[in-house]
Design a protein around this ligand. Structure first.
Ligand code: FAD
Length: 394
């Protein structure tokens, strides 16, 4: 029996996926282990993605992007994650940041940043703060007005690519907005005085540099404000959340697929001399493989359906906030199944699965999904509130 091609790739994106696999095999996989063991930021892999044309995938071609839409973004993230989850999550955050810059930016800001990211510069999102944790829509940091711009003071608890990105979109409060939503985005360059990044020593995604950052008395010129003073929550709902939820879900699906594929290969190869049988020939093992693959495909089916619908929604000129509910279900499911699937993959692999550098890395990397914002607890609450007709965010 041959698994139909459409089950494993959104039709029309097969060539892009093949190209992504090639970079994955040649660059991401060989560098993944060193990123994980030594906590090395995956610069080489990220540059390889940019060199392959994946630096600004969702941005329209006339601005130097690839114009892949959400479908291409999902297929790419899922494919990369099978090789190196650290690189993939950096790239997902970067892509969400670039798309936000494109959506909220002025023509001058687009021209200033998009060509450089297409060549390999990296953007980051500095939202979560220690004071409000995963409630990243309620930050407490401030940026009072000063001559020609703002004086930003912000503590951020986790920033993927902290100290490594070329620029960050920092979410803060606007000085004296009369709008009900005081949120404002500022673009801050990594080498500006007052910008400091701290180490990230975590269970998984160890190449991510997702450590804390401090922005102390950072002068941000008015021309580096992204969008208006106040009202940036609109971009959270229509750009950042949709792109982050889709891209990160693709990452969890890819990690899960990478783990089960590795476990299946190992189970086929390992033969017990006493029985003359491979591990894969034990029916109970095949059942575990099947259960794991069905879980992966359940999340992948949601991923593709939502990605295609996001592209249709954009083509109709409708906001992506209309896709949030399915995205919440998708992210919660993908982040749940990656825990279950990587656990099954380790069990199928036996003691070898427990050794450093194999299936266990997928398990540690994938565990981040449920705690990354919006966390699975918060998403389940929003889903539940929607089911009983309550407003999801008060
Ligand atoms: C690897 C990694 C990379 C990250 N990258 C970035 C980044 O690039 N940019 C960025 O801005 N942030 C980033 N984050 C932060 C992330 O988005 C979350 O904000 C963070 O993981 C939440 O952790 P916390 O310790 O602040 O959780 P807390 O908010 O303290 O939550 C603790 C627990 O309480 C639960 N909880 C919290 N609020 C509620 C509620 N209202 N209802 C029910 N349960 C609740 C949570 O689900 C969790 O189980 C990253 C995090 C990780 C782990």
């Amino acid at each position: 029996m041959k698994v139909p091609a459409w089950w494993n790739c959104i039709p029309g994106y097969e060539d892009m996926r093949e190209k992504a696999k090639l970079v994955g095999e040649q660059v991401l996989r060989p560098n993944a282990d060193i990123s994980d063991r030594e906590g090395v930021y995956p610069k080489v892999s990220l540059q390889a993605l940019a060199d392959a044309g994946f630096g600004a995938v969702t941005v329209p071609k006339q601005y130097g992007g690839l114009g892949t839409g959400c479908s291409g973004f999902a297929v790419l993230a899922e494919t990369f994650a099978q090789y190196c989850a650290s690189t993939t999550m950096v790239w997902v955050m970067h892509t969400a940041a670039v798309q936000t810059l494109f959506a909220a930016g002025t023509e001058e800001q687009r021209q200033r940043y998009i060509p450089k990211v297409a060549r390999g510069e990296i953007g980051g999102l500095a939202f979560s703060e220690p004071a409000t944790g995963s409630h990243f829509w309620n930050v407490v940091s401030k940026a009072p007005r000063t001559s020609g711009g703002y004086l930003l003071n912000a503590d951020k608890s986790f920033v993927t690519s902290a100290g490594q990105a070329d620029w960050y979109i920092v979410e803060t409060n606007s000085p004296d907005s009369t709008k009900s939503d005081p949120l404002m985005f500022l673009i801050v360059e990594n080498d500006q005085p007052g910008v400091e990044a701290f180490p990230f020593d975590a269970l998984g995604l160890r190449g991510n540099n997702s450590g804390p950052m401090k922005y102390k008395d950072v002068f941000v010129p008015a021309y580096n404000r992204l969008g208006d003073e106040g009202g940036a929550g609109f971009y959270n709902d229509t750009v950042i959340d949709p792109f982050f939820l889709l891209g990160s879900s693709a990452c969890w699906v890819g990690i899960a697929q990478g783990a089960i594929s590795m476990a299946v290969e190992q189970a086929k190869k390992k033969v017990h001399r006493d029985t003359g049988q491979s591990v894969a020939s034990y029916q109970v093992i095949r059942h575990e493989m099947a259960k794991a693959q069905i879980l992966v495909d359940s999340a992948r089916s949601m991923l593709y359906r939502v990605a295609e619908k996001m592209d249709e929604t954009t083509a109709k000129g409708v906001g992506l906030d209309t896709c949030l509910y399915p995205l919440w279900e998708l992210k919660t499911h993908a982040a749940d199944i990656v825990i279950d699937v990587t656990n099954k993959a380790l069990q199928i692999s036996g003691g070898r699965g427990y050794l450093r550098g194999g299936v266990e890395r997928y398990m540690r990397d994938g565990r981040a999904g449920a705690v990354m914002g919006p966390t699975n607890e918060i998403l389940r609450d929003w889903i539940g509130k929607t089911l009983i007709g309550l407003p999801w965010l008060e």
